[in-house]
Structures are given as C-alpha cells and as structure tokens.
Design a protein around this ligand. Sequence first.
Ligand SMILES: Nc1ncnc2c1ncn2[C@@H]1O[C@H](COP(=O)(O)OP(=O)(O)OP(=O)(O)O)[C@@H](O)[C@H]1O
Length: 877
Amino acid sequence: MDKRTKVFICAAASYWFLSVMAIIGRSRKRKRVARREGITYAPMFERDRKRIDYLNDKIWRNDTTCVDMLRMNKARFFRFCQLFRDHALLEDTVHMCVEQQVAMFLHTVGHNVRNRVIATNFGRSGETVSHYFNKVLHAIGELREDYIRPPSLDTPTKIEGDTRWYPYFKIGARAVACRSTVHLCSRLAGIQRAPLISYGLMLVVSACQINPRKRLNPTSRGPNPKHSASQSPMATSSPPPPAAAHGALTEQKFLEMSPALSAEVVEALHRGGFRRCTPVQAATIPHLLSHKDVAVDAATGSGKTLSFIVPVVEILRRRSSPPKSHEVLAVIVSPTRELSSQIYNVAQPFFATLKGVSSMVLVGGLDIKAELKRVDEQGANILVGTPGKLCDVMQREDTLDFKNLEILILDEADRLLDMGFQKQINFILSKLPKLRRTGLFSATQTKAVAELSKAGLRNPMRVEVKTEAKATSKGPGQQELGPSKTPLGLRLEYMICEASKKSSQLVDFLVQNNGKKIMVYFATCACVDYWAVVLPLLNSLKGSPIIAYHGKMKQGPREKALASFSALSSGILVCTDVAARGLDIPSVDLIVQYDPPQDPNVFIHRAGRTARYDQEGDAIVFLLPKEDTYVEFLKLRGVPLTERECPSNTEDVVPQIRSAALEDRNVMEKGLRAFVSFVRAYKEHHCSYIFRWKDLEIGKLAMEYGLLQIPSMPEVKHHSLSLEGFIPVDDVDVTQIKYKDKAREKQRKKALKRKAEEEAQTPKPEKKRAREKPEKPKRKKTGKQRQSIQTKEDLDELAHEYRLLKKLKRGDIDEDEYEKLTGFGDSDGEASYGDASDLDERKERGNKAQKNLKQRGKGRGGSRRFEGKSKMRSKRR
Ligand SMILES: Nc1ncnc2c1ncn2[C@@H]1O[C@H](COP(=O)(O)OP(=O)(O)OP(=O)(O)O)[C@@H](O)[C@H]1O
C-alpha cells in the first residue's frame, strides 16, 4: 500500500469517525435540550406504523407536559399520511402534493382534536403551506385565542412574513391557536426557538387528544353513531375514550373503568341499575379520578349527576383516615332547592358506602338559626346546597373546616351565574383551598361559565358531549340535522299562531295529547296561577289532572306539587322556569313552551325535561307570527326545530274563559294580573330584537287571556301598544263581579263598605275653587324643609311597614301580601319573569328587609340613628 492510499484511508476513517461523533454529539445535545425543555422525541422506528402507534399512544396516555415530534423526509411523510388515511383519519389524500396532504392532515386532526394545537412548518414551500394553513385554520374555526395561554405568550414577537421553519417549540402542554402561519410563527417564536435542523419536513403535534371515535387502533374503531364525547384538554392528554355506544350508553362498563372504581361504588351503581356509562360519564369520571379539573358541557338528561357523584365518592374513599366531623371534604353547589335535594337523594346510596363520612343538604326556605345549630352540632363532610345558603353558612359558621377540601362541584353552572349568584360563588371559591379538584357541569356554555371556568378551574379538561341528530330528512319541512347538544330522542317543533288564538290552540293541543304526561311552561308565576285555575274549568279539559308549580309557591305545596306530578302517569304540570333545569321527573312525554323563555339558553333545558337518558319525547314552542325569526335563531345555536301546522278548526275557548271570569272574580283578577305580568315580562326578553315589545299586539293578547276589559296599564294609556283585535264585553260592571268563595266575597264587601264610609267622612277637595283660585307658584323649599318632609314621610312609611310586619307575625297576612304591601315584591305582585322569586337570594333579601325593619322599628320616634338612615334612604331614592 503506498503512502497516498494510506493517507486517503486515514482521512476517510477520521472523516467517518468525526461524522459519527458529530452525529452522536448532536443527538446527545438534542437530548440534553429536550430534557431541559421537556420535549419528548418520537424514536425513529423502522416502520411508520409503529411511529403512528407510538404517537397515538402518546396522545392518549401521555400525562407529561411535552411536545411530541415527528421528524421525517418527504417520502416518509407521504407514507405517514397514507397510514393516517388507512386509519380513516384522512380522506382523499391520493395524488396530492405534500402541502395538500399536510393541510388535509391538519384539517382532519384539527377537527378531531378540537381546539388543540397543530403547529407545523415546512422547509421550502412556506407560502403554499401558509395558504393551506390559513384555509385549514379557517375551516377548523374553533381554534380561538381564548385557548392561548402559555405564560410567555403575553407579548409575542411578531415576525412579519417569516416563513422559515422552526424545528421544535416548547409549547408546554397548552393549546396554541393561530390565525395564520405568520401569526403562528410569531406566537411560537414568542415561546422558544431551537436551532434549525435540516430536515425536509417537520410536524409538531402538541400533547393533544384525538377524537375517541377516530382513535388509530383499528380494533377499537367504529364510531358511536349517536353520541360523541369530545374531550379537549387544555393541559394534558387523557385516558381511554368511551367505546362504541349502545343506545344512550357506551360499551364502557363501570366495573371495568380505568382508574378502577371501588367494589362498593360499583355495587351501589349496579343496585341502581347502572351498569354501563353514558358518554359523559365515560369521559368525565376518569378525568376527575386522575386529579384533573373538568368543564363538562353535555345535553340534558345525559347523566351528568352520576358523573360527578361517583368521583366525589371515590376521591373521599381514597383518604387514608376517616375525616373529623366538621372537616368538609366535598362541596356540591346547584342553583335551586329542588335540584340540590335531587342530587342529595341520588347521591345517598353512594354516600352510604363511605364509612364515617356524613353529608348534609343546605338549601333556602329553612330557618337559618336552626340550620346553623344543626351544622354546629352534627358537622358534615359533604355539603350539597344552593349558593345562597352555603355562603350564609360559610360566613356565619366557623366550626366547619374547609382546609382539606378535596373536590368542588358546580352543577348547572350557567344557571348559577345568571341567577345572580356570582358574588356567592366567588365567596365560596375564596374560602376553599386552591389545591382541589373542581368540576363545572352545564348543558349550556355561556361567556360567564367560561369566565368562571378560568377563575375557578386549573387547566381543565373540557368534555363536550354532542348527539348526532337524524341525518336524513323525512317529509316536507324537515331539515337535515347535524350534530347538536339536544338529546337524541327529542323531537323539537314549533307552531306559529295568532295571539288571539293561542289559548285555543293550547287547549286543542292538550286535548290531542290527552293521556300523556305534559309540562306547559309559562312566562310568569302569575300566568301559571291563572292558567292553572282556568284550564280545569274548560269543558274539554275537565277531569284532567292539572298541577301548578312555580317559585312563589310555599315550600310545602311546591314539593307536594312536584311529588304528585312525578307520581302521575298522565297529567299536566303548568309551571315556570323554576322547573326548567335539572329536575329528573320520570316519563314526561311532552313539553309545551306556551311562552318562549326569556333566556334562550333555557329553551333546551325546558325541552330536556322529556327525552331523558334513553327515552323519547316531544317538545313544542308556540310562537306569534312576528316571532318566527326565533326558529332561525335557535337553528344557529344548534337547536333545529321543525314546523307543525297550526290547525284552523280549533274550538274557540275565549267565551268559556270569559264566562268563568264573569262567574268568579278570582278568575278575573288572576287574569288581569297574569296579563300585566306577561306584558311586563315580555319587555325583559333577552332576544329583544326577536321578541319586540313595541310589536306586541296587546288587544289580541287580551283576547287570548279571555279578559273582560283591557287593564289600565301605562302602556295602554300612552297608546304605545296596539289594541286592535280586542272585543270588549258589553254591559259589564266589573265592580259587581263576585268571588265564588263566600268568605272572600264577604271580606270584599266589608272592605268596600269601609272604603265608602271613609270617603263619605273625608270631603272631596273642591276642585272648582281650586280652579278659580290658582295656586300661588310654590316657593322652592329650603334644604332643611325638604329634609324634615322627607323624614316625616319616612316615619309614616316606617310605621306602616312596622304595622304590616306585626300583622305578618300574627299571621293576619301572608308573606306574599306583606311583600306586595311593602313593595318588596313586584309592583303587580307576581310580574317577575323567570321565577327570580324562587331564588334563595330573594328570600335573603326578604329576611334582610325584615331585619332592617326591626332595627328601624326600634329607632322609631325620630332618634338620631334613624334620622341618619332616613337621610340615606332619601338619598338612595
Ligand atoms: N349510566 C346510566 N345508566 C342508566 N341510566 C342512567 C345512567 N346515568 C344516568 N341515568 C339516568 O338518566 C337520567 C338523567 O340523568 P341526570 O339527571 O344525571 O341527567 P343530567 O345530565 O344531569 O340532566 P340535566 O342537564 O337535565 O340536569 C336519570 O334518570 C338517571 O337515572
């Protein structure tokens, strides 16, 4: 071997050696960087299938905060896409250029992962990719900035037009959403940029979760035809998905859940007849059990209650030692008393499996002192209650210890907030330890819920369960329905009818559906009171059980009404929105929304009282001709309705209602009150551009109500609403209409007599003289004079209120009457819309008012203290 050959071999060997060392060095360096930055590399498997399986597995099981990377050249990427296509994740990828394939891939994955990051960048073809990327992001549409939350993203660096690619990014475990490639680059650049590595293509997929239905395992493929639970982690990947569905249930058995449930809980579930999970349960329970917060958005009747009760019980079971009697470990908050009691009852068999753990329900309507005493004496480890009462107890009772609280559940979160419980919820959150699990459950997501989710939850998993509605259209007027959040077995209809015919149409509809279990929703408590009296008087509905249920009823009758309707196999419940949410009344066949709800979110909750779990049901909403845009509005919100023809041959029930009003003053008065409350409530519609108050045909509406006269409301006096269509009843002196109830009539007569006597004693002011002698122009009163007049007025008013309070205590008047007379209630007594009265808050307000009164009563006689208060009151006015 000559010298030159030796030198050549040596050079080649050292070149080879150095190259190998460089590769090893680079690889080590990359690993170091990866370790430092928390990045996990996908190993270079020989077969791409393994790579996909690896990614799939990573996506599904990875709990760490890392970014998965796939690095490959064009040919490999092609094959990769091909494999995805083979797994039904990509469609139509044949003969596409790489960019299109990438776009397609992103599009598909983007859709599947919902709100997750797919960050990508490609060597040479930046512009083309950018073009597709924009398209893709546009198509995904759901990628929103709300989800961009990495801390370093606050001030992203903008790199205009930079199409260079960045080999990897540390995104943490967060989702990143962008409007365009440039935007994406700038966002990512703001996070971290690593040295460029010269690979042809690179795909960065965040630790995300692909739609369970599209999981890459061919054996578990087979989409659930009815329900889909999409889980969008804002933080990490998730446990196995619910498998194929069986009716309203998935294949996932409680017995085989991962993490496994305890034998006692499984047994309690089996005893209750629950063997398989509903989609929301399959998706939610594992998250809560694996220390994650959840924000759940699922259709009504989908089984949300069990999806938080089971984890609550399991989490408490895992504690090594039994809690102390006053150590609160779990709090479940729900908006109404009924709902809290319902949750408490459903939870009882599960709570019973926890040894040494006590639970308590805290709701309004009960004496707070007695409640506090009970809490003090007994203590509780699990609290279920309404926010008002919980807040009250937390404020006043310091024996309860919340330091070790494990889990907080906020049920019907949107309702909690729109009922004005924001303050109480904030207070509750402030009293609880930050290191806890939180579950937020709702069938409607609002902005307020999103805010609450940000404030009260830590990196929550978002679980959204949608149902795929019937895909084919059947018959005229039926639309093709896409995925929606309405229960699967629910058929939604609307009927447009003239205002003056509405009541006749309602009665006809109820007669047509005789023998079914029906809930009829009205706008106000006064409306419910009225129709609950009128409907049974009509010939066609005589004998049908008709029960009233609203928030102004006392607790006892209210509970009784609900219990008796629940026990019925057929009958009618006339109610307000107090019965719109959460109530699990068995076998309701039909929901009639006679008055559309003030809050459109309530629409689906009302309808959701039927078609619960795996059952079927119908719901119909009555609309006036001018309200027809509501149908379009609901469709846009994913609630498609089909039209039902308004029959023209219905019997007119107005004459019957009018004769009932002529026979009984009670009917007449209730009618007036209901009508006034309805008109006022109409003003408060959230969708005021659809439900236009100015367009209200008050004349026709008065006919619908069967009124004898149109009441003298300011709206009528000022002619702001149309009186057209009203046919007054001739020759009727309404003052002469008597109560059917003899005692009441006697009382009325007495009151009339007293009034007449009083009028006779106090001579009427002589108007003529007053006219003749024009009053001197009044001199402006001095501040002191005005103050003394105000104080006198206040004293009179106070004395009046004090007398009424005494009467209330003696039982001479009831609470409603007291509120009416003192003005704490609505102006017309019952004109509140949407059962605001039902709230604990209202009760509290009443209690506070009573307390204030007592205090002021003590200061009667013009003490200094009272005068100070009086000044404040006059200022407030
Ligand atoms: N896994 C299950 N198997 C059988 N039945 C179930 C299961 N989970 C729940 N149900 C039944 O489904 C019905 C509705 O459940 P639930 O009241 O929890 O629904 P929800 O989602 O809370 O409804 P809403 O949004 O109206 O409050 C209940 O009657 C319950 O018994």
